[in-house]
Design a binder for this molecule. Structure first.
Ligand code: ATP
Length: 348
């Protein structure tokens, strides 16, 4: 069993808004071993990004981690630190961010300043965290730009972000994130804006680096094709909760939760046209302020059981060693009594 780099326990991040408490993340637990990739999937608004930002202490007010633990191991064998217990502005968390945990967001322009060249971004980011001279930081930058597939890397170091395409900027961001050799990379839809060839190149590079350095990865994506390619484990989120998790092969070949099944059924098959973001599942994800009682998915679930799924919180059922689903369908105790498996009227 590999040592875990990150263990999130029952994380809850809520936003206190004028309209009420938005439970954006409401009881997420996951762990990522060294050298492994956990993909977090789910429709828009399910809490994937807020989970990622919570881990880094980057949730903006009125959002706040209200409960849970985020155990992070800076180095192999080190005692884990609970990031949830650190002040988000503390020097300690600041050092961990960027040095030990790197993050890549979908929108690179938001993270790159138009006032500085690519080279200046590199030198600043690298020297903040590593004891390197300017020339050494520059050389490291050039070699990483080459690895992410940027041609004329030396020349590009002199370019300003606005002189580069969106895809090129995204690759620059990925190169900067990898520069400090993070123990954990959190990537939020990092390859969505890239063409298929560049995306494949970046995914290969990440796999290579994992092999070389043991970097762990939390990868948020809508693209189940990418999940199939890179994930070791999959976490499926719905309305701020985790509905299923397990090894990627088992999730793809034997999905337990009706939501996971619906997600997988929505993957376009070969020949059905261009690859798209997840096509919609029947109905809409409810707004977190209107979270349905019982199982959050029951209003859209073809297997929902009246009087159970619309009333009770679903139990977490464990399958084998490392597979879990939050669904009453596998709770044999619930069916031992009077419960009959008839669809609820809302699902008709
Ligand atoms: N500042 C905020 N104030 C109130 N609610 C917020 C705020 N930021 C996020 N939320 C809510 O938190 C929930 C989870 O959002 P999050 O961005 O994590 O979803 P997501 O799964 O990453 O979606 P996407 O795939 O579109 O990025 C959403 O319902 C969103 O409305």
């Amino acid at each position: 069993m590999r040592e875990t780099v990150l263990t999130v326990e029952d994380l809850r991040t809520h936003f206190a808004t004028d309209d009420g408490q938005v439970r954006a993340v409401d009881g997420v637990s996951l762990s990522i071993p060294r050298g492994k990739t956990v993909c977090v999937v789910g429709e828009s608004g399910c809490g994937k990004s807020v989970t990622a930002r919570s881990i880094l202490g980057l949730v903006d007010p009125p959002g706040r981690v209200v409960d849970g633990h985020i155990w992070f191991r800076v180095a192999p064998g080190a005692e884990p630190v609970d990031l949830a217990a650190l002040d988000s502005r503390s020097e300690r968390l600041r050092r961990i961010r960027g040095n030990d945990i790197a993050m890549v967001f979908q929108e690179p322009m938001a993270s790159l300043s138009p006032m500085y060249t690519v080279g200046q971004h590199f030198v600043e980011a690298v020297r903040l965290h590593l004891d390197l001279s300017k020339d050494e930081a520059r050389d490291l930058g050039i070699s990483l730009l080459r690895r992410v597939g940027i041609p004329n890397a030396e020349h590009r170091m002199e370019a300003y972000p606005w002189q580069l395409s969106g895809g090129m900027c995204q690759r620059v961001m990925i190169a900067i994130a990898l520069a400090c050799g993070p123990a954990l990379l959190i990537a939020d839809e990092p390859t969505t804006a890239l063409d298929v060839t560049t995306q494949a190149r970046i995914l290969d590079l990440l796999a290579e680096l994992q092999e070389e350095t043991g970097m762990a990865m939390m990868f948020i994506t809508h693209d189940l094709g990418v999940v199939a390619e890179i994930a070791d484990e999959v976490v499926v989120m719905y309305l701020g909760t985790m509905v299923e998790q397990g090894p990627v092969d088992e999730i793809f070949h034997d999905p337990k939760h009706p939501y996971t099944r619906a997600l997988l059924e929505s993957i376009p098959t070969m020949g059905s046209g261009r690859r798209s973001r997840l096509p919609s599942i029947r109905g809409q994800v409810p707004h977190p302020l209107n979270r349905p009682p019982g199982c959050p998915f029951h209003t859209r679930c073809d297997s929902a059981v009246r009087g159970v799924c619309d009333v009770e919180d679903p139990p977490t059922v464990t399958f084998g060693r490392d597979r879990r689903a939050r669904c009453v369908l596998y709770d044999t105790a619930a069916f031992a009594g009077q419960v009959r498996r008839t669809p609820t009227t809302e699902t008709q």
